[in-house]
Design a protein around this ligand. Sequence first.
Ligand SMILES: [Zn+2]
Length: 257
Amino acid sequence: MTGLLTQAEGDPVAIENGDAKGDFLFVCEHASSRLPERLGTLGLPKEALESHIAWDPGALAVSRLLAGKLDGTLIHQRFSRLVYDCNRPPESDAATPVVSEVYEVPGNRAMSAAERQARVDEIYLPFHETVSEFVAARKAVGRQPILVTMHSFTPVYFGKSRSVELGILHDADSRLADRMLAVATTGEVAYDIRRNEPYGPADGVTHSLIEYGVRHGLPNVMIEIRNDLIRNEVGQRVMADYLGGLLARSAAALPKK
Ligand SMILES: [Zn+2]
């Protein structure tokens, strides 16, 4: 058995405000840059381990503020997406990337089949089960969660600047995304906000939306925030205020089930 996490490292998944009265379920797959001790640095330099390839800077902080504001539940992954990207299924090579943007990840290239399986078993499956069980438990008592997966993206990718500030992403079910885009582009427009940018379903980024939302008929959306906007606490609060209002208004406009 190739163990990955030590007992001291604890549970890979964290739930906050699990008995929330509100219906929003915030999911943050790329919340942390932490690596399990047993993996060392994966052969990466410090600047890579702190960069967007390891995590989504600011996403957890904004998710926490939103869960507080809207009395929602937050479920997040406590380890880096370089170990296992919880927004990808086990059969995807992108779940344990050997190259991420401009960085090679030597520790992912050198991995044995057993080592990769340990990442699936100890990082992905507990996450997948926790979110799935939460959704099932809510549905069992007649409640319908509204799934919001929270991400941030780098302002410069492969040397190219991105002008989009907020991405509203969806897969087959665009009910919530449509309403958010309609609300956000009515009256004064606060941000450069776009549908399925800077990524979309074709990039394989809607795994969580499909698994935890579409599959269960839940309204769902993936939010991508350009990370320079949420670099510090002030920016995070401004963004959470904006998104909190946008989500509340958009959810209120959904047809009653
Ligand atoms: Zn992300």
